[in-house]
Design a protein around this ligand. Structure first.
Ligand code: PMP
Ligand code: GLN
Length: 393
């Protein structure tokens, strides 16, 4: 008989690919983390806080200095007015913020709209909370929704919509008109939006991130989630923020208290300092990433790969079919890591249903040598794939 305590969930595609990369010594353009160690001054603040600061339990909702800094940062950067005492909760990364929001708000049977491709944590967590995911597929190259798609997705049963913007894995920053459209549907169907905006600071070339919370009718029905890990390129820190109107904050912080209760105070103190002192970092970090994106794009195009447009995140996408690769993305990604020494993310892994199997996600927050080696190895993988396919088909 099947063991009911045995999880059928696979490990995430990020864990799988990074594990293969570590084991095989491959160049890792899979999981999203920078080669750069992150801003020195912020790391020094963290080290100072560990050695000389307070290392006991901080308040459950987060250090007041960090909650104040988060509210001030969003006021400066996104024009939001948040009451730090009643509308900001510090969590252990965006992942815990998502879990807290889902567990606190979803009642068994509630329908939750999620767009595919999706960040891998959403659907398992929504199901654990008793929710019923309503999966809406988005298509390359633009990955945008429109009125017809939303009309088909929303109904009287819809209680929540989960929006990831800027979008991982697509690298797309949604334009204002799309956000206004989604806000219109949220208001019309009286639902709460859970907005995963961890990539909000990582936008390029004049693209502007707009929080859904700022659209008409959304202020009281939006849970906005951020992550210092992405803001400062310190992905292992797992310091996240939950921002929402007082009634929603009340509920999500009650779930947070039984998930992790608190988040390391030394890291919170360093992030608070960073938010208050990071104007240069927020200006320069996207420029460096934009240069890396351009370098990887040029290298890939020189080798005949078709690169899709994007305006944010650490990721760009390659259209395998348009690059002359007939193999499905997962098979190609396994061949690339095992036989050519480069790890990537097959985007089909980020669909629950009807996956698009022709897109490969590459992380470009890497040193030039890493990017150049990645291009060379991907070109080799394509050669191997073509040969295998020529023999097999
Ligand atoms: N949501 C998205 C869209 C992400 O890309 C990530 C991590 N890259 C997370 C959530 C998780 O963030 P954290 O590491 O702060 O938990
Ligand atoms: N968000 C990261 C990515 O998209 C991965 C985070 C994780 O491994 N859980 O690559």
């Amino acid at each position: 008989m099947a063991d009911p305590t045995f999880s059928n969930l696979p490990t995430t595609i990020f864990e799988e690919m990074s594990g293969l990369a570590r084991g095989l010594g491959a160049v890792n353009l899979g999981q999203g983390f920078p080669d750069d160690p992150g801003p020195l001054a912020i790391r020094q603040k963290a080290s100072d806080a560990v050695l000389n600061g307070y290392n006991q339990y901080p308040p459950m909702t987060g250090l007041p200095e960090l909650r104040q800094a988060v509210a001030a940062h969003y006021a400066r950067s996104q024009g939001l007015e948040l009451d730090w005492a009643r509308e900001v909760t510090v969590t252990s990364g965006a992942t815990e913020a998502l879990a807290a929001a889902f567990l606190a708000l979803i009642e068994p049977g509630d329908e939750v709209i999620v767009f595919q491709p999706l960040y891998d944590a959403y659907v398992p967590l929504i199901r654990r909370a008793g929710g019923v995911p309503k999966l809406v597929p988005l298509q390359p190259p633009t990955w945008r929704f429109d009125r017809a798609l939303l009309e088909a997705a929303f109904s009287a049963r819809t209680r929540f919509v989960v929006l990831n913007n800027p979008i991982n894995p697509a690298g797309v920053v949604l334009p204002e008109a799309d956000l206004a459209l989604l806000a219109e549907f949220c208001v019309r169907f009286d639902c709460v939006a859970i907005c995963d905006e961890v990539w909000e600071q990582v936008v390029f070339e004049g693209a502007v991130h707009r929080p859904l919370m700022a659209f008409p009718g959304m202020r009281g029905r939006t849970v906005k989630i951020g992550s210092a890990g992405k803001m400062f390129g310190l992905t292992g820190w797992k310091v996240g923020f939950l921002c929402a109107a007082p009634a929603l904050t009340h509920s999500v912080s009650r779930a947070h208290q039984f998930l992790t209760f608190t988040t390391p105070p030394n890291l919170q103190a360093a992030v608070a300092w960073g938010l208050e002192n990071a104007a240069d970092w927020f200006r320069e970090m996207p420029l460096g990433l934009q240069r890396a994106r351009a370098r990887l794009t040029e290298g890939l195009r020189r080798e005949g790969f078709a690169v899709l447009p994007g305006q944010g995140t650490y990721f760009l996408n390659v259209d395998l079919a348009a690059s002359g690769i007939d193999e499905p993305d997962r098979a190609f990604a396994l061949r690339a890591v095992k036989d050519a020494g480069v790890a990537t993310i097959p985007v089909s892994a980020l669909y629950e249903t009807a996956p698009v199997t022709t897109i490969l996600r590459l992380c470009f927050s890497k040193r030039d040598e890493t990017l150049d080696a990645g291009v060379e190895r991907l070109a080799r993988a394509r050669e191997l794939s073509r040969r295998a396919y020529a023999t097999a088909v």
